[in-house]
Write a protein that binds this ligand. Structure first.
Ligand SMILES: [Zn+2]
Length: 107
């Protein structure tokens, strides 16, 4: 079972207390962007077997959104951090690189 610690309230929540929100760190494209950029923003999502950055909401807790870095194959959680963070924190990236030397980064 997936257990994520909510960085907003500190509760270690089971997956049933959380709502998934899809891929984190999307670059948004709106008016003025090309059709290809807007299409990619709207529809193209990563689906890796391995390290993935995701949005989650503590739905049956504090109700706040946060971000998580985890492995989709093993459910290993590398860390959680506030949703207002524009890119993964350095300590989480260092933790991932230490455990997965062949990881190519989040972009
Ligand atoms: Zn919470």
């Amino acid at each position: 079972m997936l257990i994520l610690e909510c960085p907003c309230c500190g509760v270690k929540a089971e997956e049933t207390e959380l709502s998934p929100g899809g891929e984190a760190h999307l670059k948004r494209f709106g008016p003025g962007s090309s059709d290809e950029e807007f299409e990619a923003y709207m529809f193209a999502r990563k689906n890796p077997k391995g390290v993935h950055f995701e949005r989650w909401r503590h739905a049956y807790g504090c109700g706040k959104w946060f971000l998580a870095a985890r492995c989709t194959a093993t459910l290993e959680v590398f860390g959680t951090y506030p949703a207002q963070t524009s890119e993964p924190p350095a300590d989480i990236v260092a933790k991932i690189k230490a455990k997965r030397p062949d990881w190519k980064g989040y972009k």
